[in-house]
Design a protein around this ligand. Structure first.
Ligand SMILES: N[C@@H](CCC(=O)N[C@@H](CS)C(=O)NCC(=O)O)C(=O)O
Length: 284
């Protein structure tokens, strides 16, 4: 499994890298970024995954997220995958896309394994992040996969909550910024899950944080930050649904409404270091 180094830059005493590899899951090259903090030779470090939102690649958080000082201070490796397959597959054909739609297709993989044509062949972001990328990390970076946590933004907040709730033994803590907590119930999610997974909403439940909690999933360490001035809050994000599901299930999730903050990286960069520190407390 060879990694191509696209860039490596020294930062806060560690290395911020961007890498590409041939993914067996998506059948394409996939790009991701990894920040490795300064560490003693031979050390194995805990990992914080960051899943990005609609229209993003690894680059948005890497360039605008402001996490490196905190990761250097707490000795945490920070991994930011892409949000969908892109580019040519191994036959040289471009992966299917929804031309002109920012919320479906490329940049909008929704962290699912698609079951519907023409998406099923390449749109396998769940397995890519749950199975393949951890193996790539373990083979190429000084990581201790017994210590992992996960965070994300918007569609990536949905990804963090659903991956975390499905894999509570793998992720010690889960956080999210402005997550889509109930994709089955909102326009972004209804569109994406319907087209990737088909029209039967039963197949959507494992990709819906509220439905997962209703169906018995739980995690003891969940933190959500949501801006009150986020233009997507009422229609697409609906944080109250997750708060309600957690209350009903007896899950003590910490959900903070942040006065005046919007959906942008100005919001994320304000609180991402706090999230890194919070995860560090569970990553030991
Ligand atoms: N306003 C955007 C909606 C998509 C959006 O806000 N994307 C968020 C994630 S859901 C984001 O992080 N965008 C990239 C950035 O701000 O760097 C559009 O219409 O394209």
């Amino acid at each position: 499994m060879t990694l191509e180094i696209l860039s490596e830059n020294k930062s806060h005493g560690g290395t911020q890298g961007v890498y590409s590899h041939a993914s067996a899951e998506t059948g394409t090259a996939m790009t991701f970024s990894v920040y490795v903090p300064p560490h003693e030779s031979g050390a194995k470090l805990p990992v914080l995954w960051y899943l990005s939102g609609l229209t993003c690649t690894h680059a948005n958080v890497t360039e605008k997220g402001d996490y490196r000082a905190a990761c250097a201070q707490h000795g945490i490796v920070f991994v930011a995958p892409d949000t969908s397959p892109r580019g040519p597959d191994k036959n040289g054909d471009d992966v299917p896309d929804a031309e002109g739609e920012y919320d479906f297709g490329k940049g909008a993989g929704f962290y699912v394994d698609a079951t519907q044509a023409p998406w099923a062949g390449h749109y396998r972001m769940r397995s890519y992040i749950e199975r393949e990328l951890p193996e790539v990390l373990a083979a190429n970076f000084p990581v201790d996969l017994a210590r992992q946590s996960i965070t994300g933004h918007s569609m990536g907040g949905h990804g963090a909550l659903t991956l975390g709730l499905r894999n509570p033994d793998r992720f010690r803590s889960i956080s999210a910024f402005s997550p889509i907590v109930a994709p089955s119930k909102v326009p972004w999610g209804e569109k994406a899950l319907g087209r990737y997974l088909g029209s039967d909403p039963k197949a959507w439940r494992e990709y819906d944080a509220v439905a997962l909690v209703e169906d018995g999933a739980a995690h003891p360490h969940i933190l959500i930050d949501q801006g009150t001035a986020d233009p997507f809050l009422d229609e697409q994000l609906q944080t109250h649904r997750f708060a309600g599901a957690c209350d009903a299930a007896g899950i003590d999730a910490r959900i903070r409404m942040r006065e005046g903050y919007d959906h942008s990286y100005y919001f994320i960069s304000t609180f991402l270091a706090e999230h890194v520190k919070w995860h560090a407390g569970w990553l030991g």
